[in-house]
Every structure is written in C-alpha cells, then in structure tokens.
Design a protein around this ligand. Structure first.
Ligand code: FSX
Length: 368
C-alpha cells in the first residue's frame, strides 16, 4: 500500500503560491494586528505558521439568510482566497463548494473520516431542536439537527458564526415557530466558540481561524463564549462619537442639527453601551465605514437580546462602564460628563493601542 503524502506545511504552500519572505512577514503582521496581538508576537506567529498544516474545516449552514457567508467573502485581511487556498482546507460549504448533490455530502463524510478528532466545524444559522418537526429545515433529506450532531461527533471544536448560530438570532425571535436553538444549546461535549453579529465582522471570523492555526487552540472567551480579543470592549467604549456622549450632546432625530454635527446617537436608540463587538475598530467593507459612522444607531446585533430585547429605536438603560454595574436612566445620561475617559482608561484602551503600534517589515526581518 502506498504511503500517503503528508499535507504540505503552510510555509511550503505559501512559497508554492509565490509568496516572498517579506510578503510572509507582512501576512504575519496583519494576522497579529487582526488578532489584537502586540507586534512583539509577530516572530512567534511567523514560526508557528511556517510549520502549521491546514486544518480541515466543515461549514454547515442551517436557518439563516446567508449574510454570514456574504460577510466572510468581504474579509480583506486575510482575503477569502488567502483563507481557502493557504490557511484552511474548506472541505464542505454549501455556498462556496464546487460539488453538488451526493458528491457534496460524500465530501463531508470523507473529511470527517480522514480528519477524525482534528477537524473544525463552523455553523451558521440556528437549528430546529430535537423536538421540532424535522421537516422545518433539511439538507439532502436530513434534518439540521441530525446533520449537526453527526458532524460534530468527532470534531476538535465548533465555531458558531453569526447571532443565529450563537444565540438563536432571528429564527428564534418570538414566537420562534421552528423551535430554533443555538449551537451551544445542543452541543455540550465539544468546545464551542461564538462569533456573533448579524452578520459578524468578517475579519473576526478569519481572525478566530488564524488564532487556531497559529496557536493550536481556541482564543480566550467572554461569558457568552465570544473571543475576548474582538468582543472585550463595548461599541460605546471605542466609538468615535463618545466625546459627544461625555459632553451630553445628542442627536434627537435623524435630520436635526445634532445629527448633522455627528453627535451621539444614544437617544435614537443606539445599543452601543450594551453591545460588545469589534465594529468600531475593524469597520466594514475593507475598513470603509460602519453603521454609526453612516449615521445609524448600533442595533446590538451581536448580543443575545438582539431581537426580543426591546425596540431598535428605544434608548437603552446604560451601564456607565462594562464593569461598574451602575445603570443610568435615559434622563441621567447627559450628566455623565467626563466619565468616558476614566472608563476608557479603566478598560486599558490607551495601553492596548500603544501595544498595537505598527513596526516596520524591515524591523521584523531583522528579528528573524
Ligand atoms: Fe443569521 Fe447568518 Fe444574521 Fe443572516 O448565516 S446572523 S440572519 S446575517 O446569515 O445566520
């Protein structure tokens, strides 16, 4: 019997694709930045990625709108092409795979068998639970629930991408007609990491994969199972409109003078104070903009309470800081003058920013 040819290391694959040493270091620097790691980590990332082998990834899509995959295709650092061709072996994905029908299902089963105990399962969309009508949502005649449980059985870990998979999302909103459940409601014996957002920030999806590839483990998580590097601070704490909030300057309607001056959108229902995500720093569409920069309040799409937690345009009760637990009513918000900088300092924003100061590629090459 022929000896199987081992999969090439990532370093070998990158060289096969014509990537120079300098280009490789740029990729590592971008990866460090994406994972919110200091530049001093780049040599370690380079050494790890050089020797890494691409993990098999099986991506399952259930009750969702395909916005999560649409978001993934807009990742720019790394691009989707970089991710698929160089970093992971994407062995099954409804929207992106070339195979169809029985060949597609066969590819999933083969990937599971060949990589038992080592493959990653990514899920987008919620799942009608075990007590729901199995006909609510099926793929290849199999219920979503059966496919999920069959596929995760020998997985190393599961990544729930999007608020539907992480917390139930839109399909689970009242009255939840399909009995929709989240991945962590159903998968209890595997590590589950939640990358919430409706849709999630694309570089957060690729960042989690890059972290796994680099360090061989999943990143540190918050109380909702989300990676701290991306969900560790509220939208409010990183919002460029925060100085207006601290001065009590609020837009009262979408076309008043305050809106034109770019004042805080809190009174128009912004959920930034209670929402944790990386939108304010990573932005969207290649770093072009994000909802608040476009003049619209944050809807809080990365939180479990997204759909049933109150009106999109109703002001929230605001915690003064994420850790203080002090709730302010809407009327008291304007009095919080000067609290913002203290809160920012408390969250270590300046320190984190300082650690993320860029270093030049020439400097990095000298450390190799
Ligand atoms: Fe849900 Fe994603 Fe919102 Fe849509 O797959 S998180 S409805 S962007 O597509 O699942």
């Amino acid at each position: 019997m022929a000896t199987p040819i081992p999969e090439k290391t990532l370093g070998e694959r990158l060289r096969d694709h014509g990537l120079s040493r300098r280009g490789f270091l740029k990729l590592c620097a971008a990866t460090a930045s994406m994972m919110a790691l200091p530049a001093s980590m780049v040599p370690r990332i380079a050494a790890a990625l050089e020797q890494a082998r691409r993990p098999s990834v099986i991506w399952l899509s259930f009750q969702e709108c395909t916005g999560c995959t649409e978001s993934l295709t807009r990742s720019h650092a790394p691009t989707l092409e970089d991710l698929i061709l160089k970093m992971v072996s994407l062995d099954y994905h409804h929207t992106l795979q070339a195979a169809a029908g029985e060949a597609a299902e066969e590819a999933r089963l083969q990937a599971m068998e060949a990589n038992a105990g080592e493959y990653l399962v990514i899920v987008d969309g919620s799942i009608p639970g075990p007590d729901a009508n199995p006909g609510f949502s099926t793929v290849a005649g199999q219920s979503n629930y059966d496919i999920l449980m069959e596929t995760v059985e020998h997985a190393a870990a599961v990544i729930a991408v999007g608020t539907c998979a992480a917390f139930g999302g839109l399909p689970q909103a009242r009255p939840n007609p399909t009995g929709a459940m989240s991945v962590m409601d159903l998968v209890k014996d595997k590590p589950v990491i939640n990358v919430s957002g409706c849709p999630p920030v694309p570089m957060v999806i690729t960042g989690v994969l890059a972290h796994y590839l680099t360090f061989g483990r999943l990143p540190d998580l918050d109380a909702y199972g989300r990676p701290m590097a991306f969900f560790g601070q509220s939208i409010h704490d990183r919002c460029y409109r925060r100085p207006f909030y601290d001065k009590g300057l609020f837009a009262e309607s979408f076309d008043d003078q305050g809106a034109k001056e770019g004042w805080c959108l809190y009174r128009l229902g912004c959920k930034g104070p209670t929402t944790y995500n990386a939108c304010a720093t990573m932005k969207w569409n290649g770093g072009t903009s994000w909802p608040i920069e476009s003049g619209h309040p944050c809807l809080g799409c990365s939180e479990p309470s997204f759909w049933d937690g109150g009106g999109f345009y109703e002001p929230v009760s605001v915690p003064l800081t994420a850790n203080a637990g002090t709730l302010l009513t809407a009327g008291a918000v304007g009095a919080v003058v000067g609290g913002g900088s203290a809160a920012l300092a408390k969250h270590g924003v300046k320190k984190a920013d300082a650690e993320r100061q860029p270093v030049t590629i020439d400097e990095l090459e000298q450390t190799q």
